[in-house]
Design a protein around this ligand. Structure first.
Ligand SMILES: C[S@@+](CC[C@H](N)C(=O)[O-])C[C@H]1O[C@@H](n2cnc3c(N)ncnc32)[C@H](O)[C@@H]1O
Length: 170
């Protein structure tokens, strides 16, 4: 697969941007209990829960991965609206403050069991060696496609090709 439209690079594609965003979100959360921005709005998360329930229902006890989990909202929606098992959920993000925020919100909401990890999804780590039944992202693919470096973009297209090849092989 070829990415034919390559968007202009933006700070939204840099780690330093997300480090700053989530450091601020952690401060806001501590000061005012504000859980912060849910990308594309609350309805988007609910739509994704509905999609997941139809295609990978919670009764099958799927292992779920949220790539670039931000404030953890998507996993909270899967747990609270979708009845997915939190002990089978992992949220990863390369911004440490995002993971700190997700953990704090989970504790405050009384949601236990989710594994939270600081991971760059392009790095080969023990986390990337795990396999999952359902891997979701909301806004992360968009952010990555705005990365200023050619290398990250190359990684992105290589991953899309791998996913495509696997899908074709099924
Ligand atoms: C637009 S935000 C979306 C956050 C969250 N998924 C939501 O829906 O609110 C993009 C997220 O992707 C994360 N991210 C971007 N590139 C990443 C990478 N290479 N590895 C891990 N996380 C990444 C950012 O830190 C940020 O949390």
């Amino acid at each position: 697969m070829t990415l034919e439209v390559v968007p202009e690079p933006s700070k939204l594609g840099t780690k330093s941007h997300w480090d700053e965003v989530y450091a601020r979100e952690v401060d806001n959360y501590r000061a005012a209990g504000d859980e912060g921005e849910c990308w594309f709005g609350l309805d988007a998360a609910s739509d994704m829960v509905e999609w997941a329930q139809e295609h990978v229902p919670p009764e099958k006890k799927p292992k779920v991965l949220d790539l670039g989990c931000g404030n953890g909202h998507l996993l909270f929606s899967l747990a609270q609206e979708g009845d997915y098992d939190t002990s089978l959920m992992t949220g990863v993000d390369y911004a440490p403050a995002s993971i700190e925020l997700s953990r704090a919100i989970a504790t405050q909401r009384g949601i236990a069991g989710i594994t939270w990890k600081v991971v760059d999804i392009f790095e080969q780590t023990s986390a990337s060696a795990e396999s999952y039944d359902l891997a979701l992202d909301k806004g992360t693919f968009d952010a990555i496609s705005l990365a200023p470096t050619r290398q990250t973009r190359w990684h992105l297209s290589a991953h899309v090709v791998q996913l495509d090849e696997r899908r074709a092989a099924q």
